[in-house]
Design a protein around this ligand. Structure first.
Ligand code: ADP
Ligand code: MG
Length: 229
């Protein structure tokens, strides 16, 4: 599904370069549930953003579903993102003046799906995450966990190949974290590939494979006995 070879990324900081990723090698197959761990500033988000075609590598290879991701125009990058990828963020990134249903339906709007079908499908996905009764509520009327469920429904609605989640439970209490990870486990058990960035060991233990970043490289990469919720 995803092949990364000798990938490097630096940021320009004034006259200096900050070499964040120093030769990442990673292959992730269809249906995997992978956590990317590492201390704050170790480059987890940088790697996830490159995987998500939100940022560009400096060198190395990145292939997504067999397609080399290289020098894309913004139009092409947006096309690949909407075709292959679903995003979940720590801060939910919902649109405040749109209802839960409208937020979930939004990716289909950009794919020119007719309104009636958009709303039908958004309702199906809201049901899937247990929020059908909240369809017409605005984000500020929802709890953190409910907002993240809306975000997960929105990420799933285009049936992407891979879900990318950057600290999806970072803003949630421990019970809500449990519920969200259970939902991600259910989604993974239906066959969806999921990559989660987290600094919480408990969260990483609930995935099936731990990748640990340190000093710009992958220090450890191991399949684990998943803690099933
Ligand atoms: P993590 O997600 O593991 O906390 P990041 O990938 O966000 O780490 O950041 C890795 C390093 O790169 C940090 O030192 C951060 O300050 C720096 N960094 C991240 N994004 C940028 C940017 N757009 N410009 C400059 N430096 C950045
Ligand atoms: Mg980060």
């Amino acid at each position: 599904m995803l092949v990364i070879k000798d990938l490097h990324k630096s940021y320009d900081i004034g006259h200096n370069k900050l070499h964040v990723l120093k030769g990442i090698n990673l292959e992730i197959g269809e249906g995997e549930f992978v956590s990317i761990m590492g201390s704050s500033g170790s480059g987890k988000s940088t790697l996830l953003n490159i995987i998500g075609i939100l940022d560009e590598k400096d060198s190395g290879i990145y292939e997504l579903d067999g397609i080399p991701i290289e020098h894309l125009t913004e139009t092409k990058a947006a096309e690949y993102r909407s075709k292959f990828l679903g995003f979940v963020f720590q801060s939910f990134n919902l649109i405040g003046y749109k209802t839960a249903l409208e937020n979930v339906a939004l990716p289909l709007y950009y794919q020119d799906v007719p309104r009636k079908e958009r709303n039908q499908r958004a309702m199906e996905y809201l049901e899937k995450v247990g929020l059908a009764q909240w369809a017409n509520h605005l984000p500020n009327e929802l709890s953190g966990g409910q907002k993240q469920r809306v975000a997960i429904a929105r990420a799933l609605i285009t049936n992407p190949k891979v879900i990318l989640a950057d600290e999806p439970t970072g803003a949630l209490d421990s019970q809500t974290t449990h519920d969200i990870m259970k939902l991600l486990q259910d989604i993974n058990n239906e066959g969806k590939t999921i990559i989660v960035v987290t600094h919480e060991p408990d969260v990483a233990a609930q995935t099936k494979r731990n990748v640990h970043l340190r000093d710009g490289v992958i220090e450890t990469d191991e399949y684990i006995q998943q803690v099933v919720l």
